[in-house]
Design a binder for this molecule. Sequence first.
Ligand SMILES: [Zn+2]
Length: 98
Amino acid sequence: MALIFHGQSTCSICGGILQKTDQIVAFAAFIADKGDPLWRYSDSAMHETCVEEWVFRDEFLARYESAREWFRRVQRQYPTLEALGAALHDGHIEYPEK
Ligand SMILES: [Zn+2]
């Protein structure tokens, strides 16, 4: 999950400082491909108001939810991160991309 330092961290959409009094949403890293146009928003925090008005809002949230569902599903079969990492590395499962 993105680390947030109020008064220092910036919103990945508008670039403004995230203040303690702001409504903030944060996302865990879920897009691995650095060439993906939405990659830089994965593992970041944003003002809630920026997300609501964001042109990529629906696509981003749908992909985030899809990644979470994938993780919940494979977690039953590979309950530790080590086991999951090995399964991905060995090609037993694939991470969903787009
Ligand atoms: Zn913002």
